[in-house]
Design a binder for this molecule. Structure first.
Ligand SMILES: [Zn+2]
Length: 235
């Protein structure tokens, strides 16, 4: 097919410039992901430490409630003891008091352990908070650098896209549609030069009669194998 090869190659060059800028942006992504991942790990550890501290605090609260109710029950037994008349009943209450006292002692020992656990858990939370804060500080410079680069590249993409759109406006609509369709395929470019009688993209030989059309310099032929447009490179 006859085409204005110069206009088409110009569009391709401008498209490649847009693509190159987008690739630069894409290249920054792994660095951002690595920073995010490291931070997410530290924040995950902090969340776990906070949850652990909350649970320890809950256990301590539960024990406190239980100890309080035991104390109240003991108090009632002592009051009953003051009013009771029979010796048999009195000794029964005394036995109850003794038993409850040993239970209470066990619960109190448990409370001390649990208070220690709360303290330990809170220490771990503070440590994890420190790690997160330090990490954010350590990452700040790199994140700022990446953000500045991203801004710069996005500006470049905007400019390159404007230039590209201007180049596209010089291409006939039907040709532009074909060009766009080829780019939706696997080939990274729509146009490839003829290389030793073959398609410059997939290296499938171009039939002789088609090659002659290309050789005159202002015609392109679609590669039968990969679909890109093959043209003759200027000498
Ligand atoms: Zn091909």
């Amino acid at each position: 097919m006859q085409v204005d090869l110069g206009v088409l190659l110009d569009l391709q060059e401008k498209d490649n410039a847009v693509k190159a800028a987008k690739d630069q942006l894409e290249a920054l992504r792994p660095r951002i992901e690595k920073l995010d991942e490291t931070l997410a790990q530290a924040e995950g550890a902090l969340d776990a430490a906070r949850k652990n501290a909350e649970e320890a605090d809950g256990r301590r609260g539960e024990l406190e409630g239980r100890i309080e109710s035991y104390r109240l029950m003991q108090e009632r037994r002592r009051q009953r003891l003051e009013w009771v008349r029979g010796a048999k009943e009195a000794s029964a209450i005394m036995a109850e008091l003794d038993l409850a006292r040993s239970v209470l002692a066990k619960e109190e020992a448990e409370w001390i352990r649990s208070a220690d656990q709360v303290q330990e858990a809170e220490k771990l939370v503070a440590e994890a908070e420190g790690v997160v804060a330090q990490l954010k500080e350590d990452q700040a410079a790199e994140r700022a650098e990446i953000a500045a680069k991203t801004d710069q590249i996005e500006k470049e993409i905007g400019e390159a896209t404007g230039i590209r759109d201007e180049a596209a406006s010089g291409v006939k609509p039907r040709m532009l549609e074909l060009y766009r369709r080829i780019l939706q395929g696997r080939a990274p470019q729509a146009l490839y030069p003829l290389r030793s009688g073959a398609c410059g993209h997939c290296y499938t030989a171009v039939p002789l009669h088609r090659r002659q059309q290309i050789e005159n310099g202002q015609a392109v032929e679609a590669c039968e194998a990969c679909g890109v447009l093959v043209y003759k490179e200027a000498e």
